[in-house]
Design a protein around this ligand. Structure first.
Ligand code: DX5
Ligand code: ZN
Length: 217
């Protein structure tokens, strides 16, 4: 079943707990964007904040680490309450070790790929991960435009997963809204991250419902 993961990057950071509660009844996951100002040109939150907002909801936390040296922080995010931990393929010198580290913490492991990164980086790790995150914008900021080439990348990944007879979720992140959600779903995405299309609206709950309705239009 399709999962919608509102990204709190576009929420009001002065009251994140309340912002999460706004989508709690309709979100499948809460997407938490962690940025370090090195891997991406923006800085957001760390494990201490994740620990605090964990109290606001029981909905699983999908933590997207856009940070260098992710190995150094995996345990901290796991302890803070992450359920899925995703690292970028571009940051991992020892990607296999990183995946083992996440799984060793009892969490689901995801690998994220920037728009310019080839699917071939997955050749020797795909069988070990629970999820692949296809970035449909260059990571760092909410509210950017969907990069059209992402659609064929999602399709190719879907074929790769089927070919290898694997059971892996495809998550998509960046520029997804009520107008184009059907495109990524048709291409094979099963988890939809959406930030501005949910939080930059007067009624985030309604926005999630609308996205779900439009997914199969
Ligand atoms: C971008 C983040 C996204 C972001 C998506 O670097 O990883 O999760 O919040 O925001 P929208 O949906 O506005 O593109
Ligand atoms: Zn993200």
């Amino acid at each position: 079943m399709l999962k919608i993961a509102p990204s709190i990057l576009s929420a009001d950071f002065s009251c994140l707990g309340n912002e999460i509660k706004k989508v709690d009844s309709c979100a499948d996951l809460i997407h938490v964007d962690v940025m370090d100002g090195h891997f991406v040109p923006n800085i957001t939150i760390g494990p201490e904040v994740v620990k605090c907002i964990r109290k606001a909801t029981k909905t699983p936390f999908d933590v997207h680490l856009m940070i260098q040296n992710p190995d150094q922080y995996i345990e901290k995010f796991a302890e803070a309450g992450a359920d899925i931990i995703t690292v970028h393929a571009e940051t991992g010198t020892h990607l296999n070790r990183t995946i083992e580290l996440i799984k060793g913490c009892g969490k689901k492991a995801g690998i994220a790929l920037n728009p310019a990164t080839s699917l071939s980086v997955l050749d020797y790790v795909l069988q070990d991960v629970d999820m692949v995150l296809i970035m449909c914008v260059n990571p760092g900021f909410g509210g950017q435009k969907y990069i059209d080439l992402s659609t064929q990348k999602i399709q190719s990944l879907k074929n790769m997963i089927i070919r290898n007879k694997l059971d892996i979720d495809i998550e998509v992140d960046g520029g997804i809204n009520a107008e184009n959600i059907d495109v990524v779903v048709r291409a094979g995405a099963g988890i939809i991250v959406t930030g501005s299309a949910v939080y930059n609206t007067p009624d985030p709950e309604e926005a999630v419902k609308q996205l779900r309705m439009n997914a199969y239009k």
